[in-house]
Design a protein around this ligand. Structure first.
Ligand code: PHE
Length: 457
């Protein structure tokens, strides 16, 4: 029976009688399972069309075995139906009935529906049988109260006692005999028939969540950037200010002990600015120390032994690496009255005058990290790199000696790529040279371990 009919019957009954004292009895009077009636009751309660009181009781419910019999009939009835007038062998019947053969035989015998003679033949003593047990099971399943014959069911363990709820019902404050179904759409049929004029519409639900919209995802590169940023923050690093894309050669190269003839300073690799082509804002006393260390060394170094030119250092460029920012930060740190250890990171744009190809653009993002403290060693550098990269999902690292003008020792970082099945270069690292740190004014014994990699390369 469709639930609309059940609803109609329920409302009509309430309208006529004012109450339904027992929903189970009402369900069986309609011939519907109590479960179906319950669905209708819940819906009407939500609209306050009816009110209910729970009646809780222990009731008999069917076991899984019994549910099968209720649906498909009892095994003893199937057994009798399978026996031809001349009888059948036990083996043939067992074959036919399968698992339930023993149960079927026992109960058919108890009902005196069969005779088991000698020679292994089973005969039936009745023409046909009525499946009364199935009827009974169906009634129990529908929640009908069946007081007496329940003993049969208990004996065959076809029922168990369970707590059940049913309801006594009466009219609610919004009671109606026929519930109006509100329209949600104007259809072609409504327009054709002219029904639309009388339609009552369902209110908009402004509290509904709505469909998630499939637009506005974050850019994959930004996602990786955020993941890396979070790793630095988790490891206790603070961000360096990297908002100056235009830098002087001084901070980009000279402060990093990169000689003025170094090929990276060539306009093939570096974008120099036309206007303003030079800077005037360089710290003079520090500049003098940088000049000295390039020309003749100091701090235990021999220097490069060339004629250092201020003009070259004043040239403006688009920074080729964020290590220029690291240099500025370390210089600033060195000017503090008391040295305090630091962990710095940055992720920002750098520019290189390179041939553009599939993996190279003239600008990209560099990721840079550094730790500055007394007594750091290469072992510390390897340790943080392993920590950092394993947080990024690259636990297998190898290091290869490399060269940077500003680090000694220097190491290229390789990670094993499980997909490519080979080692891939992922970054560059090292310990900043005394020729870089001591002219800045950092205390003797302070070391800086640092590394850099590219976000997109
Ligand atoms: N500046 C280096 C580069 O551009 C990266 C680097 C940073 C290397 C810090 C060592 C230490 O590749």
């Amino acid at each position: 029976q469709p639930s609309a009919d059940v609803e109609g019957a329920l409302l009509a009954h309430l309208n006529a009688n004012g109450e339904i004292p027992d929903s189970r009895a009402f369900a069986s009077s309609l011939g519907v399972p109590h479960k179906d009636l319950e669905d209708v009751i819940k819906r009407l309660l939500a609209f306050r069309i009816i009110e209910s009181t729970d009646i809780t009781t222990e009731a008999w419910v069917l076991t899984d075995e019994a549910k099968g019999y209720a649906a498909r009939g009892c095994p003893e009835v199937h057994l009798v139906a399978a026996i031809p007038p001349e009888g059948a062998s036990r083996a043939a019947l067992k074959e036919e009935l399968g698992d339930v053969f023993d149960i079927a035989l026992k109960n058919a015998a108890k009902n005196k529906w069969i005779e088991q003679g000698n020679r292994d033949v089973v005969l039936r003593t009745v023409e046909d049988t009525k499946d009364e047990l199935q009827e009974l099971l169906k009634r129990v399943e529908n929640g009908e109260v069946v007081p007496d014959p329940i003993k049969v069911l208990k004996r065959r363990k076809l029922v168990t006692k369970e707590k059940t709820i049913w309801y006594s019902l009466k009219k609610g404050p919004e009671f109606v005999v026929k519930r109006k179904t509100l329209a949600t759409d104007v259809t072609r049929e409504h327009l054709k028939s002219g029904d639309w004029k009388d339609l009552e519409f369902k209110d908009y639900n402004y509290g509904a969540q709505g469909q998630p919209i499939a637009i506005g995802y974050s850019q994959p590169l930004l996602e990786v950037r955020e993941a890396i940023q979070n790793i630095f923050l988790e490891m206790g690093f603070s961000e360096m200010p990297t908002n100056m894309f235009v830098e002087s050669s001084f901070w980009n190269f000279d402060a990093l002990f990169q000689p003025q003839q170094h090929p990276a300073r060539d306009s093939h690799d570096t974008f120099f600015l036309k206007a303003p082509a030079t800077t005037t804002q360089l710290p003079d006393d520090y500049l003098e120390k940088v000049k000295q260390v390039h020309q003749s060394g100091g701090y235990g170094s021999k220097g490069y032994g060339y004629d250092w030119k201020r003009d070259e250092a004043e040239k403006n460029l688009l920074r080729t690496h964020t290590t220029a920012v690291s240099a500025r930060m370390l210089y600033k740190l060195a000017q503090e009255e008391h040295f305090a250890p630091k962990r710095y990171y940055s992720i920002d744009r750098v520019f290189r005058n390179e041939a553009v190809d599939r993996t190279h653009l003239a600008e990209f993002h560099q990721i840079e990290g550094l730790i500055c403290d007394y007594g750091l060693t290469l072992g510390d550098l390897i340790g943080v790199l392993e920590d950092f990269f394993s947080r990024l999902g690259m636990p297998k690292l190898r290091f290869k000696p490399a060269y940077n003008p500003y680090t000694e020792p220097s190491m290229e970082i390789f990670s094993y790529h499980e997909g490519f099945k080979k080692w891939v270069e992922i970054g560059n690292s090292g310990m900043f040279r005394p020729e870089m740190l001591l002219p800045m004014g950092l205390p003797e014994g302070v070391n800086v371990i640092a590394w850099g990699l590219s976000l997109e390369r």
